[in-house]
Design a binder for this molecule. Structure first.
Ligand code: 9D3
Length: 259
């Protein structure tokens, strides 16, 4: 058995990280030895009686800024436990957008160090001296970098060989990667007057595959058209999409805006 993928998280709230690692696929990846996550608390790298990790911003203004010394010391302590060449990432609303492509990149690295900030921000010298890149999980305001760090860990863990148990999940994903999912149903067949699409009960697996693909195409075109351009599709899926789009474009005049 190979060594686990190692992640270090620098955080003032280590229990936020530890708690999330108990559950689901993440929990199983850890208990199976595929993933190992450790934390380093900057507060352990203070020397004053108050264990100060924040201070007032130069230039004034509201809020506090995370001090550079405890944060850099924590980063260096965590880095020392990781293999050389591990990627160091500051979770930051100013960072590049996180994506499946970045998750794939990180999963290929020897190890990963994630820095989660709190307060109004971290001293810019942490970004300059302590990390290799900055990553955001989306354009909304959170209270700190812990949930973003967990988002990265979760996406990465799913890519580790053996993490999903059923490896088909990742293989099947690869056919429609970058598209929105099709609708899912389970029993009962009718619920409050709403029925399961008959094709799913037909037992005709070729038909079911076609229906699901068409649903994925329709939803993606209608909800997230920008995804289509960068979707990494298998050649057969790409061909089916081109046919779908051609048919849709041809049908557009009679259909108008009523869809
Ligand atoms: C504009 C003034 N501040 C908002 C009241 C800026 C701000 C400070 C600290 C915004 C967010 C945060 C804490 N956020 C993160 O550490 C964070 C984050 C996020 O908020 N959104 C998306 N991705 C990330 S990664 C880290």
């Amino acid at each position: 058995m190979s060594a686990p993928f190692r992640v270090e998280v620098v955080t003032l709230f280590p229990r936020m990280i530890a708690g999330a690692l108990e559950f689901g696929i993440l929990g199983r990846a850890v208990s199976r030895g595929l993933l190992s996550v450790a934390t380093e608390d900057p507060r352990a790298h203070t020397s004053d009686v108050h264990r100060t990790v924040d201070d007032r911003p130069y230039g004034g203004g509201p809020g506090m800024v995370m001090k550079v010394e405890p944060l850099l010391a924590a980063i260096r302590a965590a880095q020392a436990r990781l293999p050389p060449g591990s990627v160091r990432v500051l979770m930051s609303a100013q960072g590049e957008p996180f994506s499946q492509a970045l998750a794939r990149q990180f999963a290929q690295a020897p190890g990963l160090l994630l820095v989660a900030g709190r307060y109004e921000g971290v001293d810019e010298r942490v970004a300059q001296l302590g990390v290799d890149r900055e990553v955001s999980v989306g354009d909304y305001v959170l209270s700190g970098g812990e949930l973003p760090a967990l988002t990265v860990i979760d996406a990465l863990a799913r890519l580790l060989p053996g993490a999903l148990g059923d490896e088909r999940s990742n293989v099947e994903d690869s056919f429609t990667e970058g598209l929105l999912d099709w609708p899912h149903y389970t029993r009962p067949e009718v619920f409050e007057g709403s029925s399961v699409p008959p094709v799913l009960l037909s037992g005709d697996h070729a038909q079911i595959r076609r229906w699901r693909l068409a649903q994925a195409f329709t939803r993606t075109v209608e909800r997230r058209p920008e995804l289509l351009a960068k979707a990494r599709l298998a050649p057969e899926t790409r061909r089916a999409l081109d046919e779908f789009l051609a048919a849709r474009a041809a049908g557009e005049e009679d259909r108008g805006d009523s869809r």
